[in-house]
Design a protein around this ligand. Structure first.
Ligand code: IPE
Ligand code: IPE
Ligand code: MG
Length: 266
């Protein structure tokens, strides 16, 4: 895990950062915990919702960058199950914002070839927000340039619980034999089914925790924590994150570069 950014390149211009990027070694799937909206607003003396509103601009920029670089999947944490514990006015404002975003952005999503997908206990959203979520999913189902997965009322543990419950039901019905249960089979019951695991997780705002996000899928994801607050996290910051990612050596438990056995063997 790395905290902060790739060293020595923070002063470079966006074009210079872009030129340093290895386009053959980009992540296929980026997941983001978009944190720090409230603090962004509070330090400016604004209501917290102003931070959420500003954060939407960051979402647009990062989506556009993913589109330009050909990164096929972006998964963003927009509202956790635990976020229901927030004050009702903030929850209501967030739901209104979601609805407004989907209403105003639908044409742009379609035009950019974005497939919208929601994960989480989406049915617990207010009916009007839910209606827009389902509509966005329906109207972008055929698109495949970028899959934008938005985690709404999402919790990693309950996702696993829901998957296990459905799997158990299929066992009871005789559709699945218990001996056939393996990682691939269980994965097929998760809400992210069909998406590759994230290669890179970005969390903004200085917190270095997962907060119940994609617990299964992050098993071998590279973590990038930055103090930048989400509304300030724009193209440049994303390029720094990508360059940091490209400096990592992903070993997946192996030893690399392969060390030859000492002569005489073991
Ligand atoms: C993240 O920003 C957005 C949501 C959780 C909806 P926060 O609202 O958590 O902002 P901070 O962490 O309080 O600054
Ligand atoms: C995580 O942020 C959830 C989202 C970004 C939607 P939180 O602000 O809710 O997380 P904690 O409470 O700091 O762990
Ligand atoms: Mg927060």
């Amino acid at each position: 895990m790395t905290k902060g950014t790739a060293t020595g390149i923070e002063h470079l211009t966006e074009a210079e950062l872009l030129s340093l990027l290895d386009l053959e070694q980009l992540p296929k799937h980026i997941a983001i915990i978009m944190d720090g909206n409230g603090r962004w607003a509070e330090i400016r003396g604004f209501p917290r919702i102003a931070g959420h509103q500003e954060g939407i601009k960051s979402v647009r920029e990062i989506m556009t960058l993913c589109g330009e670089l050909g990164i096929g999947a972006l998964t963003i944490y927009a509202f956790s199950q635990e976020n229901w514990k927030r004050p009702v006015p903030e929850i209501n404002a967030l739901m209104m914002l979601l609805e407004h975003y989907l209403q105003s952005e639908m044409d742009a999503l379609i035009e950019k070839g974005v497939r919208f997908r929601a994960i989480g206990r989406v049915n617990t959203l207010p009916p009007s927000a839910l209606q827009w979520v389902r509509r966005a999913e329906r109207e972008t189902l055929h698109l495949d340039k970028l899959t934008l997965t938005v985690a709404l009322s999402y919790g990693g543990r309950s996702e696993i619980v829901d998957a296990v419950r459905r799997l158990a039901e299929d066992c009871t019905k005789g559709l699945v034999q218990t001996e056939a249960i393996d990682e691939t089979l269980l994965e097929g019951y998760l809400s992210t089914q069909g998406l590759p695991d994230p290669d890179l997780l970005i969390r903004t705002s200085g917190e270095a925790r997962i907060s119940n996000f994609l617990l299964w899928q992050l098993a071998y994801t590279e973590m990038y924590f930055t103090p930048t607050l989400w509304p300030d996290f724009r193209r440049r910051d994303a390029l720094l994150a990508l360059l940091d990612f490209q400096r990592r050596e992903r070993r997946f438990g192996r030893v690399t570069p392969p060390t030859p056995f000492p002569s005489g063997g073991l």
